[in-house]
Design a protein around this ligand. Structure first.
Ligand SMILES: [Zn+2]
Length: 500
């Protein structure tokens, strides 16, 4: 997510008109077979009912046990249930009224049935909901799932979508379907099952990359932006259209449906970059495409090639920006003439950087949020440096990152420790300066210490080594030491003393 905005100086806007970049054509990205094997596969058939604000779906999960433990039960997150009551709705108090402009109404996910499919047919399984707001689905297996084996589950569910301008909710013309289907919880060495609640701070999600085939049925006047690539579109006689999307090694799958979207696209290095915007916001919609293209191209060059065939920048009702794999929500506010271009551009750059940090390389966003937010915030500076010149980038860095950290440290809002769980933060006032700014500051100091070339080689090695997997702070430090050939204990200690 993009938490707060630190605006660029206005004179920058004049410079934005420069540079008509040359298109370099390359073959479309293809995932290697060895990257496809050890993942869950989700096949979801969903129908969005725009009048009732509901969605009905059948989700088949080919579940892969990628840990060396026998599993007697499996856990999934049912995030929509957090929206059931005012108490569990995942917004801090001052965001609440903003999210529910039309007043609060309950949203939730109802599990209708869970069954197992195998050679002998289909068999119903026992399940229960638990955790704060009933956001954890526990499925009891009738026989244990052995390490590195697969099984097929079928989950039938229905959603009530709340009137919220949020990750999950509907607005005037739009339906935001983020974190909407039961998604497998992560089992890891450190925590075992990660069954965290839907915190109001940060992006409290942690998931394994998986393969997806998602069919979405809507009334035909609705245009859909989705995480995957559109592979089939079938118009039905009843005025509905079914669109099928596929995606490999996606960390999550989100979509936005809107009956007032215009769509434009441009190809960059074999990737189709799309801008979805409200029809009346054409000027900013074009700018959104331009900066989607520019940031995707730059980060592909710096961090490693973007591996998916599409990338969608989507205007929608949302307070700021939100990253999903191959799709980002951008606040519709930033498309209005009352705003300068700056928040639109910076938010797109930030969310595009998340495609690498959160998306391609996953991390536990509850326990180590700096690993994606720090990189995304740092990437804003690097984008401005490369696009508008070093000095403009450094001015941006000083103003937005360094000053923010200094202020928060001196008024003891933060203590400087980077690795902290979301449960340890009071609110955005300490979370933002820690995960975003302090994280970006550490990366910037690391770049200064090791030099630009070594630093970028570290980032590329880190992305390549952990792509479609999960990385930790310790993994990152290890890559830093391996690539630089230096013992960096003294460098890292002041930032992350508590993990040494
Ligand atoms: Zn972010």
């Amino acid at each position: 997510m993009k938490s707060r905005l630190k605006l660029l100086p206005l004179l920058l806007i004049l410079m934005f008109i420069m540079s008509g970049c040359l298109m370099q054509k390359e073959a479309a990205p293809v995932l290697q077979m060895d990257e496809v094997e050890a993942r869950n596969y989700y096949n979801i058939e969903a129908e969005l009912n725009v009048e009732e604000k509901t969605l009905t779906a059948v989700e088949e999960v080919n579940y892969y046990n990628n840990d060396n433990v026998e599993m007697k039960e499996l856990y999934f997150h049912v995030y929509p249930n957090a929206f059931k009551t005012k108490e569990t709705a995942p917004f801090l108090f001052d965001d609440f009224d903003n999210a529910y402009k039309r007043g609060f109404e309950s949203g939730y996910g109802e599990i209708i049935s869970v069954s197992k499919k195998d050679r002998d047919g289909e068999k119903l399984l026992k399940y229960s909901l638990s955790g704060e707001g009933d956001t954890i689905l526990k499925i009891e297996l009738d026989s244990p799932l052995k390490p590195f084996e697969r099984m097929s589950l079928r989950i039938e569910f229905a959603l009530k979508i709340p009137p919220a301008g949020e990750r999950f909710g509907y607005g005037e013309n739009n339906f935001n379907l983020g974190n909407w289907y039961p998604v497998a919880a992560v089992y890891d060495q450190k925590d075992g099952w990660n069954l965290d609640k839907y915190y109001a701070i940060g992006d409290p999600f942690y998931s394994d990359a998986a393969d997806y085939r998602v069919s979405i049925k809507t009334p035909e006047e609705y245009i859909v932006a989705a995480s995957g690539q559109l592979v089939e579109e079938v118009k039905e006689d009843n005025g509905k259209v079914k669109r099928i999307y596929e995606g490999k090694a996606l960390r999550d799958f989100a979509f936005v449906a809107n009956n007032n979207f215009a769509v434009i696209e441009e190809e960059v290095d074999g990737v189709k970059v799309m801008s979805y915007y409200y029809k009346e916001d054409r000027v900013r919609g074009e700018e959104a495409l331009e900066y989607g293209v520019k940031s995707l191209r730059l980060f592909s060059q710096l961090y490693g090639k973007y591996p998916y065939p599409v990338y969608s920048v989507v205007e929608t009702e949302f307070p700021s920006g939100m990253e999903y794999p191959a799709l980002v929500y951008i606040s519709d506010k930033y498309y209005k003439p009352s705003y300068s271009s700056d928040p639109l551009i910076i938010t797109i750059v930030h969310e595009t950087a998340h495609q690498w940090f959160y998306g391609i390389v996953g991390n536990d966003q509850i326990d180590e949020a700096w690993l994606d937010e720090g990189f995304a915030a740092f990437s804003e500076t690097i984008f401005i440096e490369r696009t508008f010149g070093k000095k403009t980038g450094q001015d941006y860095y000083t103003r937005s990152i360094e000053n923010s950290v200094e202020e928060a440290l001196s008024s003891q809002i933060i203590d400087g420790e980077l690795v902290k769980s979301l449960s340890e933060f009071e609110d955005w006032d300490d979370y933002g300066p820690t995960a975003y700014d302090r994280g970006a500051q550490m990366l910037s100091e690391l770049r200064k210490t090791l030099g630009e070339d070594t630093f970028l080689e570290i980032v590329r090695t880190y992305v390549e080594k952990y792509k479609f997997r999960i990385a930790t702070t310790s993994d990152f430090i290890k890559v830093c030491e391996e690539v630089s050939g230096k013992d960096l204990t003294e460098f890292f200690k002041p930032w992350i003393n508590n993990i040494y």
